[in-house]
Ligand binder design. Sequence first.
Ligand SMILES: Cc1ncc(COP(=O)(O)O)c(C=O)c1O
Length: 438
Amino acid sequence: MDQQLREAARKHLIRYGQGDVDRLYVSSRGATVRDDEGREILDFTSGQMCATLGHSHPAIVRAIQAGAEDAIHLFSGMIPQAVARLAKKLSQWLPAPLTRSMFVNTGSESNEAALRMAKMVTGGYEVIALGGSWHGVTGQAAAASFASDRRGYGPKTPGVSVIPEPYSYRCPIRHCRDDCDMSCMKVGLDLFDMGCEGAPAAIIAEPILSAGGIIVPPEGYFKKLKAEAKKRGMMLIFDEAQTAFGRIGHKFAATQLGVTPDIMSVSKTLGGGLPLAATITSEKIEEKAHEKGFSYYTSHVSDPLPALAGLAVLETVENENLIARASEMGAYLRKGLESLQQKYEAIGEVRGQGLLIGIELVKDRESRAPHLELGDVTTKRCMELGLSMNIKRRPERGAVWRIAPPLTITRAELDRGVEILDSALRDGLDELAANGAG
Ligand SMILES: Cc1ncc(COP(=O)(O)O)c(C=O)c1O
């Protein structure tokens, strides 16, 4: 451990929303991250949800080495062979008629490009997003994000409306309990129609609202949303940052739902840990956008090296059968978590799909009052015990652990994670009881 480096991090970094710099991190392999004291930490978040193959998977390491030898970066107007190969491979994965892609760096960017394209093609500018959504930090993506972080940055892009999300555990319109009948969508769209300025462009949605608390919309929700979008001349954009390429036990949420959006945005799970994202659409929409002069010319659009990593991700998911593995390991993990739920009243709900799982922490199951303090102390305790967990914690949305380990994680690692969660919950509840805050 190098105390001076920790001090340097404290002194010279801008704090962008991360926790305290009480330790630094040195390396990561598979589902394990190592800190500067040599401690091994089990990673239940796949880094920032990106390392679906596990950290530094050999196929990604090889792709980076090959990419560094071939071409790291080119003039943005030159299309590298690697990008053509990735676009072709991706089109074979995608549901028809989505065949055209553009490769950028981050999820914020792929959503930015998706919204830009929808606006240009429709000629409108009004966008609908769901409560609890998270689409990124750049201009239009941030304007369409409602999970957090809206305050203090000045006016957002005009024209964005929010509709209540189908959060059946905490119905935002206080109408249902556990069984969403989609009144939330109706109410939201009625309000949108009332305020519509006559220039609708797009509805953007995560198929599972992740930052919002792993909210899985009810069956039929997206079929209805697509029909409602069409009725209003709006494009449907799926933000599949977290749901694409296997995590939920399917190629895409779109394939699972049987609903193909007009534009799809993929990011985190495409690059194997490298910044790689794509905005994807049909030939018809791409033609229209091109005719109207669509541009998204950035320094790193179509970069060759990350494209090779993307190809390696798709090939590895196929070769290692990771889509089926996500379902299998997801079911196994869920069983472990549900056994914890039997033991702890504080676990209000376990939900999700495949290896994207949410655990809602409550004071009691009847009132469902969010147990924010328990979320805090147990997440901290997990880290002390060697498990990295992500808590989504907001008074209005509850305290929800988002669990998304690499798809390559082993049963033994999942068992260890569940054991640590068990200890952390027991210790956390004891600590709060001792402080009179239980
Ligand atoms: C669903 C979703 N969309 C978009 C983003 C933004 O992606 P990025 O952080 O790569 O810009 C995120 C990031 O957490 C996300 O979860």
